[in-house]
Write a protein that binds this ligand. Structure first.
Ligand code: HEC
Length: 121
């Protein structure tokens, strides 16, 4: 019994270490997990919606002249997990103190990428 408890504890510790692993290298990350997308959506609504339209456009009007809508960011050809990660690690325009943890930026990236249209262009 003690033996099994020890194994369980080790397994849990390993899980905890994986959970706090840093965001780089980006290609080793899973940006598509449903949990990350959901958490990223919450985060975007809380932290980003003051300036950005963060939900798919059928729920909103397009804002003119402000920062880009997340749908538009997602559908830029240049938008990749790598590019978003680099952007979110540098001071945000007009909001230099917007600092996200690795976990938060991964979630935000998962959410933004989930807004990409899958219609082949
Ligand atoms: C105080 C306002 C403000 C808040 C809050 C804000 N942003 Fe921004 N964001 C901007 C502005 C302004 C730009 C446009 C910068 C530019 O085009 O040079 C921008 C640009 C971006 C871009 C780059 C868009 C592109 O053209 O590639 C990303 C990605 C982004 N924001 C993500 C986020 C995320 C994620 C959050 C929330 C965690 C957030 N922003 C919160 C103002 C804000």
């Amino acid at each position: 019994m003690e033996h099994i408890g020890g194994m369980l504890k080790r397994a849990l510790t390993a899980t905890a270490i994986i959970a706090i692993a840093p965001a780089f290298p980006v290609h080793a990350q899973d940006f598509s997990g449903a949990g990350a997308v959901r958490a990223g959506r919450e985060l975007a609504i809380t932290l980003c919606s003051e300036c950005h339209v963060v939900v798919p456009r059928q729920f909103t009007r397009r804002r003119i002249g402000g920062p880009p809508d997340f749908v538009d960011i997602a559908n830029e050809a240049s938008t990749t997990a790598m590019a978003l990660s680099a952007f979110l690690r540098s001071p945000h325009p007009t909001m230099p103190n917007l600092v996200l943890s690795d976990r938060q930026s991964n979630d935000a990236i998962a959410y933004i990428l989930s807004l990409k249209r899958n219609n082949g262009h």
